[in-house]
Design a protein around this ligand. Structure first.
Ligand code: SF4
Length: 365
């Protein structure tokens, strides 16, 4: 069986990345079968519980307030709205609900208390609960864990070098700090990135190197294909080829053998045959539902038809027997002296981001 390694070098990962695709898929499929049941696919639903108006400048994201996109800003959902969306997701075969809020970081306020109630509500429905809420402190991560959270998502997006071309409002180190806080709270870690943003093969491998150095490895690594959205700085970017997507899934599979590799955004840009190759190369999870936060996603029935054609089945929740324990007192205890973490703002200039935000101020220009 292939080893779980934390000492990969960029050169080794690049060597794997550059192998003939046909060999790479074969190798990845072998690793996948050694460490995972290749016929089981975890199905998650991603729900945007607070959409748009985000102060960050991630150049791929239509939710950034500074870009001129068609995204409508919405306030935080109510617990009842989340309960109803979770029931719908469960009825359609999802074992996990991932709730996303367009925040820079979590604050110890009423809105966070409301999110904690949402987590507990979905937990009580016997679904795995994941959140992606921006940067979190250790105490916030612990409160989420006490409310029944199973996983926390915080993507590193790309290599440390290319990250500086994508975001100027928060640092790579802050991302890693958040992942460390999540780990300290004994939550499972979900962290991956996006391909098709103009990054090089070295950058893709650099991102995998960073993830492989985390010990333990993240339990889940989403690989997203950029969905270019008009009005964002990456709105004109070419759609990533299916071969690049399969290659990236396969390399991720080999470098992180025990991790669930998530075939995430960009599936509407793929054929069924392309997705089948991704499953063969080691993808073990998809997001279901017709929307991924704000970007389109294949319809549920189309996914189930593909599963049926390929002989895949949706994975049950908490299969590893690691359902969290609720600690109501701990999750309800808002700290009197909230941790004063100063998340960084690198503040360097990214020309395309500046240009896109200026355009927003003069939409007719
Ligand atoms: S990716 Fe997240 S942090 Fe970045 S702009 Fe979008 S919502 Fe904000």
């Amino acid at each position: 069986m292939s080893d779980i390694r934390h000492n990969w070098t960029k050169e080794e990962i690049l060597e794997i990345y550059n192998r003939p695709l046909i060999d790479l898929i074969y190798e990845a499929a072998k690793v996948h079968r050694e460490h995972n049941d290749p016929k089981e696919v975890q199905v998650s639903t991603l729900l945007s519980i607070k959409t748009g108006g985000c102060p960050e400048d991630c150049s791929y994201c239509p939710q950034a307030a500074r870009y001129h996109t068609d995204i409508e800003k919405n306030d935080l959902m109510t617990v009842e709205q989340v309960r109803s969306a979770a029931q719908d997701a469960k009825d359609r075969g999802s074992s996990r609900l991932c709730m996303g809020a367009a925040w820079r970081n979590v604050k110890d306020n009423d809105e966070f208390d409301q999110v904690l109630d949402m987590v507990k509500t979905v937990y009580d429905m016997d679904m795995e609960v994941c959140c992606t809420l921006g940067m979190v402190t250790e105490n916030q991560a612990k409160r989420l864990a006490a409310a029944g959270l199973y996983a926390y998502n915080h993507n590193i997006d790309s290599s440390e070098e290319y990250y500086k071309e994508v975001i100027s409002t928060r640092g790579y180190g802050d991302r890693l700090e958040t992942l460390s806080n999540v780990r300290k709270a004994k939550l499972t870690v979900c962290s991956g990135g996006i391909i098709g943003m103009g990054e090089s093969a070295e950058d893709r491998c650099g991102m995998l190197l960073t993830l492989s150095c985390l010990n333990p490895h993240p339990e889940s690594v989403p690989i997203n294909g950029l969905v270019p959205v008009a009005g964002t700085p990456m709105g004109e970017q070419e759609i990533v080829s299916i071969w690049d997507m399969v290659r990236m899934i396969a390399v991720t599979r080999i470098v992180l053998p025990d991790t669930t590799v998530r075939l995430s955004a960009g599936r509407t840009q793929m054929t069924d045959e392309g997705q089948a190759l991704c499953f063969l190369a080691g993808a073990g999870s998809i997001f279901a539902g017709d929307k991924l936060l704000t970007t389109p996603n294949p319809e549920f029935n189309k996914d189930m038809a593909l599963f049926s054609a390929l002989g895949l089945t949706p994975k049950a929740p908490y299969k590893k027997g690691d359902k969290p324990q609720i600690d109501e007192a701990a999750y309800k205890a808002r700290p009197e002296n909230a941790e004063k973490i100063k998340w960084s703002r690198p503040g360097h200039t990214i020309e395309k981001n500046v240009a896109a935000s200026k355009k927003a101020k003069t939409p007719n220009a």
